[in-house]
Design a protein around this ligand. Structure first.
Ligand SMILES: [Zn+2]
Length: 321
């Protein structure tokens, strides 16, 4: 079960997505050794990233980053528009210090330092052109009261409210083996729903949201998207029609490569790399997303800096390193 299903309602200006991830999520987990409270947060954000990237209107990558001064220093989930994804996180404390029932607020918004950054990076971005990026604080301010968000779904909702997106509702759930999610988005009334008057459109959106609210964690974690769609929107599909598109596959996939590690060595600089070689005989590094080991011995490293000289000669000088 690694599927994402997109559906449209005829009687309401709504586009929806249901996701169910099994082995692709387990592939993330088996490369990591996170405590349960952390896995839950990572799983929910994996669900969110797949749902959000399935609504991208261009070929590219959607990156969710959560940063804080709390136990979770950095959490990253990347999902490409072909729904291949990878995820990682960095803790600032020993995993054994994290309580099983620690909340997202405690882990990601200690002293209200939590930030959620969502980056949309088109594949055909021109060099020098910045990717689109939106940032939201992981707290809600109600007058004098500051309240940390309590779930990944709430964090995403807050982001959506702040970034002038279409009205969006999102439900997320995850456990040791599965990630499930539901997203509902209100489409502009003019779009394909011109047959609805404004009141019908508003009522339709409310009706579909109310149906969405009946979803349970158990359903999200155990049923296929097709079954969830049938169960949740049975009446809607009988009365006015719900159309789904062919399910799309989700897979775990890492984009790390020896070439990219070589680029990092170049950024470190020849002197620093030579120091490591002198000390340890080789440079060894593991990909933080998939755990794959990369080794560069003295000969490899010489090669790295030799090719750098060659490519520099054919490239205009950069202001970087
Ligand atoms: Zn990797």
């Amino acid at each position: 079960m690694n599927e994402l299903l997109v559906f449209m309602c005829d009687g309401a200006p709504v586009r929806g997505e249901i996701v169910s991830i099994g082995s692709a999520w387990q592939a993330v987990l088996e490369r990591r050794n996170d405590p349960p409270a952390i896995r839950k947060i990572l799983g929910d954000f994996v669900g969110a990233a797949t749902l959000l990237s399935a609504s991208l209107k261009f070929d590219g990558t959607l990156i969710i980053q959560a940063q804080s001064k709390g136990p979770i220093q950095l959490l990253v989930v990347e999902c490409k528009s072909d729904l291949s994804m990878r995820a990682t996180l960095k803790l600032s404390v020993d995993p054994s210090e994290i309580e099983p029932d620690a909340t997202l607020g405690e882990l990601l918004d200690a002293s209200h330092s939590g930030r959620l950054v969502i980056t949309l990076d088109p594949a055909d971005r021109e060099p020098g052109q910045a990717p689109y990026q939106g940032i939201v604080a992981l707290q809600e301010h109600a007058g004098m009261v500051i309240k940390p968000v309590t779930s990944a779904a709430e964090a995403i909702a807050l982001y959506m409210q702040n970034s002038e997106q279409l009205d969006t509702r999102i439900w997320l759930s995850s456990n040791e083996t599965h990630v499930g999610g539901l997203l509902l988005q209100r489409l502009p009334d003019s779009g394909g729903h011109a047959h609805l008057d404004p009141q019908e459109a508003a009522e339709g959106w409310n009706r579909i949201q109310a149906l969405g609210e009946t979803i349970t964690d158990e359903e999200l974690l155990t049923l296929t998207p097709e079954v969830i769609l049938r169960r949740l929107f049975l009446e809607e599909s009988v009365n006015s029609g719900v159309r789904s598109f062919p399910a799309r596959k989700i897979q775990f996939s890492c984009r790390c490569s020896r070439t990219k590690v070589a680029d990092i060595l170049r950024m470190l600089g020849e002197e620093e790399v030579e120091d490591i070689i002198a000390e340890q005989g080789k440079v060894e590094t593991a990909c933080e997303f998939c755990g794959k080991m990369y080794q560069f011995d003295a000969v490899d490293c010489r090669q790295v800096f030799k090719t750098d000289l060659l490519s520099d000669a054919t490239r205009p000088p950069s202001s970087g390193h």
